[in-house]
Design a protein around this ligand. Sequence first.
Ligand code: MRU
Length: 338
Amino acid sequence: MHSLDHHDTIRAVAWDSGALRLLDQRRLPFVETWLDCRNADDVATAIRDLVVRGAPAIGIAAAWGVVLAARQGADLDAAITRLRAARPTAVNLMWALDRMRARIGAGADAAGLEHEARTIQDEDLAANRRMGELGAALIAPGSGVLTHCNTGSLATAGFGTALGVIRAGFSAGKIAQVYAGETRPWLQGARLTMWELLRDGIPARLIADSAASHLMKSGAVHWVIVGADRIAANGDTANKIGTYQLAIAARHHGVKFMVVAPTSTFDAAMSSGDRIEIEQRDPAELFSCGGQRIVAEGAQAWNPVFDVTPHGLIDAIVSERGVIERPDRERMRTVLGA
Ligand code: MRU
């Protein structure tokens, strides 16, 4: 067994003889239940409702959605349009659908599309393993790290992006303690990241999102390690709401800030982060916690679920093609070869 295999045991997106099975992330950590998608609309709804979430995972699920449409002889253009509209910020969704569309354009049948979806999924897993090695190499032995949202096996084909670096870093003795922010309002950190870290036996402590600056001031954290939903050509990075304030706090306290994302998350057509569409979700997500209303009736709320960290606050972007230190337009181009 590869030494990292025992840190790679969760699969959230599974093709099972004609159906797409999704581990329902709305119900974790207490209920492990699978939702079967039988057509592209089921997949689009599952993406919108966060049954499946995380930038690479929604791209992979959407690719399988196209396979389902092809197997049923459905209108593929219409299916792709609906899948594309499921969520706006993570470019992996559009990237995967563009790949499927290219195969359709080249005359692929349902079997050919199935092969492409499987390839997208396999490539993501391989990219995560590679990024794990590259990212872990940047970390000094015995470090403390802080992560945000969930970037693990649940958010990808397996292993994870930022959480993959944490897995590899822990395995190599680089990481002694992980801190995970709760990630209000959907609690990806509390519900999902803590679940993954506990399963792996990685020492992890949950913090309230608002405890991050105080934690950094204490000296317990050497790296903030996060994933991404879309990285612009100049390195500006969209990720889960709250990432930007972590980057500001990290710079203030001399803590390093690492973004880990496969090249499917890079959007070369987006010159800077200013134009990235930020998904706004139902304010009702802020009005309750664990199904319990916590805010007085009649209240209003603002619920953007991503923000953009300017490249100047990022110390390293780790992709499967290499590490981009102090990213800017020029260095991005050099490493990505675009
Ligand atoms: O709203 P979500 O849960 O889909 O947001 C996920 C994130 O912001 C992740 O950090 C990002 O997609 C990277 S996942 C490898």
